[in-house]
Design a protein around this ligand. Sequence first.
Ligand SMILES: Cc1cc2nc3c(=O)[nH]c(=O)nc-3n(C[C@H](O)[C@H](O)[C@H](O)COP(=O)(O)OP(=O)(O)OC[C@H]3O[C@@H](n4cnc5c(N)ncnc54)[C@H](O)[C@@H]3O)c2cc1C
Length: 119
Amino acid sequence: MIVAGGYGVGSLANFKLLFELAEVLGGEVGATRAAVDAGFIGHERQIGQTGVTVRPKLYIACGISGAVQHRAGMDQSAKIISINTDPKAPINAIADYTIIGSVTDIIPKMIRYYKANSK
Ligand SMILES: Cc1cc2nc3c(=O)[nH]c(=O)nc-3n(C[C@H](O)[C@H](O)[C@H](O)COP(=O)(O)OP(=O)(O)OC[C@H]3O[C@@H](n4cnc5c(N)ncnc54)[C@H](O)[C@@H]3O)c2cc1C
């Protein structure tokens, strides 16, 4: 499982939420080039045309618009969940599930509910 963050995650501090979710799920953290360029995370985690290509069972795209150069590295994921404040974000067109809302509201809830419902 990969929890990937984009520019919409907003800050280095908010990226910690993604690491927390990835840890409870037993997954890893990835990012877009815009998040790397903003200094939220290192380039080694960049996914896409000029990063790595991934094909996880679950890809949770957080604050990612879904540019073609990003999609090239992740569109073969088995299931995609998008979390975005914009219902019209292009990533939603390839997502199996879309959650409309801010990553800072949604991710803490996902962590809480996952912990409460897993044995
Ligand atoms: C030659 C070339 C190679 C490239 N290679 C890559 C590559 O390898 N990988 C890559 O990723 N990009 C690559 N890019 C860049 C790519 O074109 C995009 O600019 C980049 O993917 C956009 O990143 P983003 O989705 O994080 O940012 P944005 O496009 O800025 O999208 C941010 C998204 O966050 C949403 N948002 C904002 N606030 C919140 C919030 N609080 N909660 C939830 N959602 C929110 C917005 O609605 C928006 O959809 C390349 C570009 C070029 C020209």
